[in-house]
Each structure stands twice: as structure tokens, then as C-alpha cells.
Design a protein around this ligand. Structure first.
Ligand code: NAG
Length: 302
């Protein structure tokens, strides 16, 4: 009974918006209507963002990197007409059906949750069992105790390598870490931001009640990056993987009598879910519907 119901809606997931003038490059438009920057992969968007412009001391400024949805293309980092044509027909149909559904999500509504909802409700695909990953982890960048005056240096290469190691552990999927573009100069710039939390003078300066209130605390937190990206299926791993990464930096000042302590860290929130073709639904599609969707998938990329 359920099958009959979902079949009735299938045309919605595969229909072309304009009439089927397949030659007038509708495919580029499809990518443009699904992703923030069309076919541009997430790694490129992250690498070209200037993280030095993020003002970590002002949490109210929306000066950090937000990508509501971008693609990523597996271990090779890119996808071509040739590599797409090698995929199983059902995977190609899943690609076309998924993009068409996502193209109906308004850009202002684009987010990990809305994309997840769209993928979960799409009868052409199903969640890969136990593919849900939800992680949150902190890394202390600096934990120093100072007497009144803070004097920090910009973190060195070994500190950055340790942060990369930590990020690799949190995400626990090399391909996803590489695809995200959060490495090398990006990571260096993000870690270096922590030094801009340093204040020239004590933030508690002028407090006359030091003696009466011996312990004083203040915590600042700033989002640095908030990215959602959808990994395209490849021949080796024919699944869509939806990823959401948020990086935040924070600092906490403590003052106990005259002793001042500042701890600075970075927090990573990571969520992901994988989807594969739902064979029963895909195999039951009409031949011409299948052929149209296969053709469109093959023409997505030049
Ligand atoms: C990045 O932003 C900082 C701060 O706004 C600026 O000084 C610097 O020139 C920018 N770098 C690039 C490559 O645009």
C-alpha cells in the first residue's frame, strides 16, 4: 500500500521544471539552484575565505564563513562526465532525483536540517544504516597563567599540526576532512585568530572590588565557520554524504585575587549522514523516466 502511495509522487521528484529542451544546458542551472556557488566544491570556498577578517572579540558580527550547501566530490576532489557515466544507473537516477528535490528548497531555507529533511523524505534514496555521526569536541589551544599582564605568541607549526590531528580524530573520515578544505593555511589562520583574543590590558583592570570578589570569570565565544556540504556518489563509494561542520573559538578569563588566567580553545561540532539508492523504488520506475534521469545525471558536469 505504501509503495502505491509513494509512486504517485515520484514524478515530483524527477520532473523537469521547464519543458524538456535537454540541449539548452538545464543541468548547470540545476547545480546553481541547489548549491550556494553552483558546482564549486566546499574545499575551494573554504580555502578562498579570508579568516583574518573574523573579529573574534565581537560575537554579534556575521563576519565568519557560512556555506548553506556546497558539493564535494569524493577522493578525487572533482567529478567529470566520464566518471559520472561509470556509475550504476540507479545511482545516476538518485543523483538527478536528489538534485531536483533540493532545487525546490528556497535558498533562504537552505541548511543542514532542511537538506536532511529533503533527503530523508525522498523515496528514491534511503539512509545507510548506522551512518549517523554526531560529535562535539573541544581542543584547548592555550592554557596559561599570568600575573596581570598577558603575553602570548602566535601558535607555531607543531601547535597547528596538533589541531589538525584533533580535527581528523573528531571527523574520523580522511576524505571528508580533505574535502572540507580545513587544513594548511586555513587551519593556521583559524588557530592564529586565537591570539586576537588577547587584550592589551587586563580585562578586569579598574575593578576595585578585587578583594571583595576574589574570583571573577568571563567567557567569550565566536563562530569561525559553519559549513554544510553534500558529497556526490562515486564509483567506489556510491553514496551521498551530508556533512555539517561548525568551528567556534572561545576564551575564558579567570581572576583569582591578583592572579589572572586565560584559557582559549576551539570547539568542533560535526554531524553527518549517508544515503544510498532505494533499489525497490528505482527499479519500479518507468523505463522512459529512468532514461531521462540517467541522461540528465550524465550531463550535469562537462
Ligand atoms: C584579509 O583580511 C585582513 C583583515 O581585514 C586584511 O588585512 C587582509 O589584507 C586580507 N587579506 C587578503 C588576502 O585579502
Amino acid at each position: 500500500m505504501q509503495q502505491t502511495l509513494s509512486f504517485r509522487f515520484l514524478p515530483l521528484f524527477l520532473s523537469t521544471q521547464a519543458s524538456s529542451n535537454a540541449m539548452s544546458a538545464p543541468t548547470a542551472n540545476l547545480l546553481a539552484s541547489v548549491f550556494d556557488a553552483g558546482a564549486t566544491p566546499i574545499g575551494e570556498l573554504v580555502q578562498k575565505f579570508n579568516f583574518s577578517r573574523v573579529d573574534v572579540q565581537d560575537a554579534s558580527k556575521n563576519d565568519y564563513l557560512v556555506v548553506h550547501l556546497a558539493p564535494s566530490y569524493g577522493a578525487e576532489g572533482h567529478v567529470s562526465k566520464a566518471s559520472l557515466s561509470k556509475l550504476d544507473d540507479n545511482v545516476k537516477i538518485m543523483i538527478t532525483g536528489t538534485l531536483k528535490t533540493l532545487s525546490k528548497v528556497d535558498p533562504s531555507e537552505r541548511s543542514y536540517d532542511s537538506v536532511l529533511g529533503s533527503l530523508t523524505n525522498n523515496p528514491l534514496l534511503e539512509t545507510v544504516a548506522s551512518s549517523e555521526v554526531i560529535k562535539r569536541a573541544d581542543k584547548i589551544l592555550k592554557d596559561d597563567t599570568h600575573f596581570m599582564k598577558v603575553d602570548w605568541k602566535v601558535p607555531d607549526a607543531s601547535a597547528i599540526a596538533k589541531v589538525q590531528e584533533w580535527l581528523n580524530t573528531v571527523i574520523d573520515d580522511k576524505e571528508t576532512v580533505v574535502a572540507s578544505g580545513i587544513s594548511g593555511k586555513v587551519l593556521k589562520d583559524i588557530v592564529a585568530l586565537s591570539s586576537t583574543f588577547i587584550k592589551e590590558t587586563s580585562i578586569f583592570e579598574g575593578l576595585s572590588e578585587v578583594i571583595e570578589i576574589p574570583v571573577k570569570k568571563e567567557k567569550l565565544e565566536k563562530t569561525i565557520l559553519d559549513i554544510t556540504f553534500l558529497r556526490f556518489p562515486t564509483q567506489k563509494t556510491p553514496v551521498f554524504k551530508l556533512n555539517h561542520i561548525i568551528l567556534r573559538e572561545w576564551t575564558q578569563y579567570e581572576k583569582i585575587a591578583l592572579l589572572e588566567k586565560q584559557t582559549t580553545g576551539i570547539t568542533c561540532d560535526y554531524v553527518s549522514r549517508e544515503f544510498k539508492p532505494r533499489a525497490a523504488t528505482l527499479n519500479a520506475l518507468k523505463t522512459e523516466t529512468r532514461e531521462g534521469a540517467i541522461k540528465q545525471a550524465e550531463e550535469l558536469f562537462v
